[in-house]
Design a protein around this ligand. Structure first.
Ligand code: E4P
Length: 226
């Protein structure tokens, strides 16, 4: 399963990219608004596209298809790895069809039902973004939606990638992988939680203590060659 980072925070993106942990980035207008500050939005987006070796989703804000297509074309010019995020509305799907016809990647966002996901695939979406956390928030089992979409896409051989969004904790990530989702997009806090384990920390601490107690030194490469 691919991992995307769900943030526009450049520091977090660079940190995760340095560790080789991410295959792409997703943003949305709320995430952008948190971090852009006084910077030029286009310049900021360009920096994000340069910080990761993989697709970067940038969202349109128009609500009519023509406006979405125009914004999508402009955003796609920022860098080759830009994917346009269109909302799962009638207008958004019309824009998706047009942008895909022009060879531009589209991530259809704000998906909350299997029927919506099927329509997005028929419109040619490159990615579908079902929001599991927001469904859990209203007492619907978000992960059930992922399983339903997986089954439907497999039934008909759609190649739209299932990008699990609105992930809130590591169990969402594990469940998405068990279901066979293509991608999980994680807020930085969740990504770092995936990595952490108290037994790893304790084990490492003990290895170092035991080594030092025995007063051993690590052989340098030069000495090791002799
Ligand atoms: C990503 O593409 C979505 O915009 C994001 O995961 C939404 O997450 P939230 O429900 O935590 O805002």
């Amino acid at each position: 399963m691919k991992i995307f980072l769900d943030t526009a925070d450049l520091q977090e993106i660079r940190r995760a990219a340095r560790a080789g942990l991410i295959d792409g980035v997703t943003t949305n207008p709320s995430l952008m608004a948190k971090v852009v500050g006084d910077a030029d939005v286009g310049d900021y987006m360009k920096e994000v596209t340069e910080a990761v070796n993989g697709p970067v989703s940038l969202e349109v804000l128009a609500t009519e298809a023509d406006g979405m297509v125009a914004q999508g074309r402009d955003l796609a010019r920022i860098a080759d790895n830009v994917v346009i995020k269109c909302p799962l509305t009638e207008e958004g799907l019309a824009a998706t069809r047009q942008l895909r016809a022009e060879g531009i990647g589209v991530n259809v966002t704000l998906c909350f039902s299997p029927s919506q996901a099927l329509l997005a695939a028929k419109a040619g979406a490159s990615y579908i973004s079902p929001f599991v956390g927001r469904l859990d928030d209203i007492s619907h089992e978000g992960m059930e939606l992922i399983a339903q979409i997986r089954e439907i896409y497999d039934n008909y051989g759609y190649d739209t990638e299932i990008l699990v969004a609105s992930i809130r904790h590591p169990l969402h990530f594990v469940e998405a992988a068990l279901i066979g989702a293509d991608i999980a997009t994680l807020p930085p806090t969740v990504l770092w939680k995936l990595l952490a384990h108290p037994l790893t920390d304790r084990g490492l601490e003990n290895f170092i203590k035991d080594w030092e107690k025995a007063k051993l030194v690590v052989p340098s490469m030069e000495e090791a060659k002799l």
